[in-house]
Design a protein around this ligand. Structure first.
Ligand code: SAH
Ligand code: SF4
Ligand code: F3S
Length: 491
């Protein structure tokens, strides 16, 4: 394997996250049993693990970061690419080896792989005790009890209603400053490459009042930034009727209005001007000018949009069933620039080597990147997923070495674009929120600017959760460096 390909493995998005899984932090409230959770995949999964910890806590479990102490081990898994599943399989083998000397330990697979493989993991492969899909976490305590009694526990029922709206997540691995709030679940798009509609079920939106209450509670606990999460936040839509709630004997005209994503953003922005609001992911077919104007109206809504394009070629986009073409996408980018200006951060996801993609079509992706000038991208080569539309309809005909070469070209392009975009920030004054210590030095803090870029500053006089006005003094392709001008300026 060449160095280049090794680099690709490191930079390419969720796979990097998957390799660098997060474990639970210690929460010791004197409960009898210990739970250890590892989470893989996207932020929604990390957010779900916090719901799982909450459900288990109510049922007598504290979390532990040391699996040797655990009575129950959960892997919250991802199926998005083959490699993500392989990583989990290696981990499962590892835990099974431990279980040989500790037979009372329960091993559970949660999340998307549980949903995709269902009983197979229990019956054919016999490597787990409990298999629970993303909509069945309320059933976890029962299933764990069943497993402890020697029965196997499976629940992969997908719901049309479950949003876990009433469950207060236990914040795992928290820095106490930034938190994620799931605003919807599932996905109704049918991108032909994607397994998510099969593993997460139908799209449903969570009650906006419970979202605002969660944001307010976080703010009161000292958090200063929330990220609203959904596979396609722009199709957020809530009304009591849509969500199968009773009309409470109200007449038609009294029924509350529909809340769309722009409305929800505004409701969360109004919690407090000192609470930053971010969101992910935006779908190019659904992002409205209304959302862009709401972003413009509130300083505390960060000027950053993750707008995955996947491919820059209209024929490939059609095969992908993304339901927009190159022109539509570029028009949305034009609207972002017109309404929010050049400084708004834009990032993307890209798939290299989708079925039948030609060299010219791959060049279209590179040329689109040049036009948009992304600040950042998650980049992948196509990985066929069983059961998806593409797996059924198209041949996975691009050889692996070609996929990897195209991906390397996309990554090289993005690295240059990130550097160019970061260079434009040098010399500017920006507001950042301090959210952690720098990996490289204990004398430096890291914060993020509105456009979601990491800014490293000297830590003297600063603390977590401070807003800091900085002057950007330098950059690399991945990071900005700044000097402190003012701590907690009036916002
Ligand atoms: N809901 C988001 C994406 C969620 S999955 C959206 O629509 O943009 C995150 C990313 O994984 C996708 O944007 C896509 O780039 C990538 N991905 C999904 N399925 C893939 C596959 N089969 N092979 C390679 N990459 C894939
Ligand atoms: Fe997958 Fe498409 Fe849904 Fe995103 S919008 S989760 S890529 S099906
Ligand atoms: Fe993976 Fe499921 Fe998220 S497949 S990317 S964990 S929705």
């Amino acid at each position: 394997m060449s160095n280049l390909i090794k680099d690709i493995d490191i930079i390419s998005g969720e796979e990097a996250v998957a390799a660098d899984f997060k474990t639970t932090t210690e929460e010791n409230t004197g409960k009898a049993k210990k739970l250890y959770i590892e989470s893989y995949g996207c932020q929604m999964n990390f957010s779900d693990s916090e719901i799982v910890a909450s459900i288990m806590k109510e049922n007598g479990f504290d979390t532990t970061s040391d699996f040797s102490q655990a009575d129950v081990v959960f892997l919250n898994t991802c199926s998005i690419r083959e490699k993500a599943e392989q990583t989990v399989r290696h981990r499962l083998n590892h835990f099974n080896a431990i279980k040989k000397n500790k037979p009372e330990m329960t091993i559970g697979v949660l999340g998307c792989m549980a949903e995709r493989l269902k009983e197979k993991l229990l019956e054919e492969e016999k490597i787990v005790d409990v298999v629970v899909g993303p909509d069945a976490y309320r059933d976890l305590p029962n299933l764990v009890n069943a497993a402890e009694d020697g029965r196997k526990g499976v629940n992969t029922f997908l719901s049309r209603e479950e949003t876990y709206a009433d469950i207060a997540p236990v914040r795992l691995n928290s820095n106490g400053v930034t938190a994620f709030i799931s605003i919807m679940r599932g996905c109704d798009n049918m991108c032909s490459f994607c397994v998510v509609p099969f593993t997460r079920g139908r799209e449903r939106s969570r009650d906006p009042h419970s979202i605002v209450a969660e944001a307010r509670d976080l703010f009161e606990k000292g958090y200063r930034e929330v990220t609203l999460l959904g596979q396609n936040v722009d199709s957020y839509k809530w009304s009591p009727e849509e969500n199968n709630k009773a009309r409470l004997n109200k007449k038609e005209e009294e029924v509350s209005d529909i809340v769309n994503f722009a409305n929800l953003l505004e409701m969360v922005a109004l919690v407090d001007p000192n609470l930053r609001v971010r969101f992910s992911t935006s779908h190019p077919k659904d992002i409205t000018d209304d959302v862009l104007y709401t972003m413009k109206k509130y300083d505390n809504i960060c000027k950053y949009i993750h707008l995955p394009v996947q491919s820059g070629n209209s024929r490939v986009l059609e095969l992908m069933n993304r339901t927009y073409d190159r022109e539509w996408y570029l028009d949305r980018v034009r609207a972002i620039r017109e309404i929010l200006g050049e400084e708004c951060g834009i990032s993307s996801d890209m798939i290299a080597g989708f079925c039948t993609e030609t060299e010219e079509e791959h060049q279209d992706t590179l040329s689109l990147m040049d036009i948009v000038k992304y600040d950042f991208s998650y980049m992948f080569f196509y990985s066929e997923r069983p059961g998806t539309l593409a797996a059924k309809k198209y041949e996975d005909d691009i050889p692996l070495d070609v996929k990897k070469r195209r991906l390397a070209e996309i990554i090289e392009k993005q690295t240059q674009l990130s550097l160019d975009r970061n260079n434009l920030d040098v010399g500017k004054e920006q507001l950042i929120l301090i959210e952690g210590t720098s990996k490289k030095s204990s004398e430096e803090f890291k914060g993020r600017n509105s456009a979601n870029k990491v800014v490293i500053v000297p830590s003297a006089g600063l603390k977590m959760g401070d807003y800091v006005k900085v002057k950007i003094t330098g950059c690399s392709a991945a990071t900005l460096f700044g000097e402190v001008l003012e701590i907690n300026p009036a916002l």
